[in-house]
Design a protein around this ligand. Structure first.
Ligand code: ACO
Length: 336
């Protein structure tokens, strides 16, 4: 059995910074409320005409990851693209990346697991590398949230949380046993699917039906719905479980964690986990203050920044953990 390591990381966020004060000019909200409940101070939003989409941001992050990996784009055997905000209803963004990066006719797979998307994506990539089927895999998480949020007061409990951006990792076969991805653990609980969801338009609820059902436009299914407190309670429980599950599977203790990179859902969730596991500030990486929640992009953006800032050393035990819509959750334990 082969093992998988991360050979290169990259990130891209749009230049356009949107502060809490900027949002308070669009809706009834304020910096104090957003900071206190979420920790977020600003996020990035695509600006019309800046050329950014979910796919193009993913490509920008991927180019950096590829360059840092030293692996040529033509050596990529598979693209795995995680997003909840694809450019098109179909096809998925993976094929756009194949075309934009001009990677022969390599397979492209799209992952639809929202905030857990990047962990699901690297888990899939890891299985292909472990079995020897593929050697080099480009994994991308990218989101264009701002294009689909309700920036009126009606949507404020959701729209202040999310931001745009992309992160990418090049995964490759490791030459050293015991180095790289040690394990991934994935879960889902579909009974809570609608607690954090965007219901339509879908083939089950298409545009004319939505318009007929909502003549006043008051209950709009094409904006995300989130039962915030319910999501919060489930998130802290599942984060803890799945981190412990990963550690136990590898015979590791909490004290072995050098760096925890939690999905950047809400600073309060990260702080709760940090306290529960009694981790020091330098053992947990957070950047939600600057980017908001970028869903499938949040872990690869944070991982890239932690690595760029020299916070991850060779041999470090790095733990990735995520929870999100589905509900889905997962963890990855990596020996750097
Ligand atoms: N600005 C000002 N006031 C607001 C805003 C806003 N942006 N949004 C909601 N409010 C108001 C509400 O209308 C409500 O007013 P009321 O008391 O007069 O009715 C009041 O603030 C409290 O609203 P709640 O929704 O009860 O606030 P809560 O303390 O639950 O915080 C939050 C909301 C931040 C979403 C919280 O529930 C949370 O963090 N949930 C976790 C979900 C999460 O992090 N999701 C991220 C995406 S999912 C994921 O990645 C896991």
């Amino acid at each position: 059995m082969y093992q998988t390591k991360i050979a290169g990381l990259g990130k891209y966020v749009p230049e356009n910074v949107v502060t809490n004060d900027d949002l308070s000019k669009m809706m009834d909200t304020n910096d104090e409320w957003i900071t206190e409940r979420t920790g977020i101070k600003e996020r990035r939003h695509i600006k019309k005409g800046d050329g950014n989409t979910t796919a193009t941001m993913g490509v920008k992050a991927a180019r950096i990851a590829l360059e840092r990996s030293g692996i040529n784009k033509d050596e990529i055997d598979l693209i795995v693209f995680a997003t909840l905000s694809p450019d098109y209803y179909f096809p998925g963004c993976g094929v756009q990346v194949q075309e934009m990066l001009d990677i022969k006719t390599c397979p492209a797979l799209d992952v639809r697991n929202q905030c857990s998307g990047f962990i699901y994506a690297i888990s899939v990539a890891d299985q292909f590398i472990k079995t020897g089927m593929y050697k080099n895999i480009l994994v991308i998480g990218s989101e264009n949230h701002s294009g689909g949020l309700d920036f009126t007061t009606r949507g404020r409990s959701v729209s202040v949380i999310f931001g745009d951006g992309a992160g990418a990792a090049v995964l490759t076969r490791s030459d050293h046993n015991g180095q790289g991805i040690l394990s991934t653990h994935l879960h889902s609980e579909g009974k809570h699917a609608l607690e954090l969801s965007l219901k339509g338009p879908s083939t089950n609820y298409w545009v004319p039906e939505i318009i007929a059902d909502n003549p006043q436009g008051d209950d709009i299914p094409y904006y995300p719905y989130m039962n915030g407190q319910f999501v919060f309670k489930n998130a802290v429980q599942r984060f803890s479980e799945v981190i412990n599950e990963g550690l136990e599977a590898n015979g590791l203790e909490v004290s072995d964690i050098d760096m925890l990179i939690p999905h950047q859902a809400n600073l309060r969730i990260s702080q709760f986990i940090q306290q529960k596991f009694r981790l020091k500030d330098e053992q947990v990486y957070n950047n939600i203050q600057r980017y908001g929640n970028t869903t499938a992009a949040s872990i690869p953006i944070a991982l890239t920044e932690a690595w760029e800032e020299g916070k991850i050393d060779n041999e470090d035990v790095v733990v990735l953990a995520a929870f999100g819509s589905g509900f889905t959750w997962g963890s990855a334990i990596i020996k750097w």
